[in-house]
Design a binder for this molecule. Structure first.
Ligand SMILES: Nc1ncnc2c1ncn2[C@@H]1O[C@H](COP(=O)(O)OP(=O)(O)OP(=O)(O)O)[C@@H](O)[C@H]1O
Ligand SMILES: [Mg+2]
Length: 226
């Protein structure tokens, strides 16, 4: 199997008055089609790690190779292409563009990539049906519940058929039943469409859906949860 993510000795410090080392030398590899869960206490650096792996933030030290591209030396055009075709990101907060309807949000990555959205209608219907958001796709994000917004963000991440999806607590605002349903969908996508997933979660039960679990403590990979 080939490696889809290869991160070596990643380090990141934030400066906000005081220096806060947040990621302190992380190595992480993800194989094609793997499903990795990232666990750790609040503030341990999980979101920051996802930002570094996906190129949303730049590491101070170390290197990330994502889909064969070294993120430290990738051009803006290559990075845009990666974002449109290679990977998707589901954020922990503020997922959607507020002046676009749910439907427009879901189609946005295709429009940015100048795809003919009409060709994706069947896929769109399948995704919104599975995620139980068919009833609200014409609404703006502020007219949706938190859980509905999260599911719209998932649909948007899935519509482009990415090779890998980074998900930051995708079930954080869902109730138990919907959380399980989203996890079943993710498992299905991972197993049947071979999409690699790197998912941050606080739920041990949801982490059990993954093929591998990585624990983060104080900005470093550790052996086990406390
Ligand atoms: N832009 C920033 N400037 C300064 N410090 C930051 C910044 N972003 C995050 N931090 C700090 O970095 C640390 C790690 O933050 P991060 O968001 O990665 O944690 P997390 O593991 O995702 O936590 P949670 O489970 O609460 O989402 C925290 O101590 C946080 O306060
Ligand atoms: Mg976080």
């Amino acid at each position: 199997m080939s490696k889809i993510v290869k991160a070596t000795n990643l380090k990141k410090t934030y400066y906000s008055g005081v220096e806060t080392p947040v990621i302190r030398g992380i190595d992480l590899e993800v194989e094609e089609g793997e499903f990795v869960a990232i666990l750790g206490e609040s503030g341990s650096g999980k979101s920051t790690l996802l930002y570094l792996l996906s190129g949303i933030e730049k590491a101070d030290e170390g290197e990330v190779e994502l889909l064969g591209k070294r993120l430290s030396s990738v051009s803006d055009a290559e990075m845009s292409a990666l974002r449109r075709n290679g990977f998707s990101f589901v954020y922990q907060f503020d997922n959607l563009i507020e002046n676009l309807t749910a439907e427009e949000n879901i189609y946005l990555p295709l429009r940015l990539d100048k795809k003919n959205v009409a060709e994706y209608k069947e896929k769109f219907d399948e995704l919104v049906g599975y995620l139980l958001i068919s009833h609200c796709v014409k609404r703006l994000p502020k007219q949706l519940s938190g859980g509905e917004q999260q599911r719209v963000a998932l649909a948007r991440a899935l519509i482009t058929d990415p090779k890998i999806i980074f998900l930051d607590e995708p079930t954080g605002s869902l109730d138990a039943k919907m959380g399980q349903q989203v996890m079943d969908l993710l498992k299905d996508i991972n197993e049947n469409r071979k999409v690699a997933l790197v998912m941050v979660t606080h739920s041990k039960a949801h982490a059990d859906y993954a093929t591998r679990q990585v624990y983060i403590s104080d900005g470093a990979v550790c052996d086990k949860a406390d």
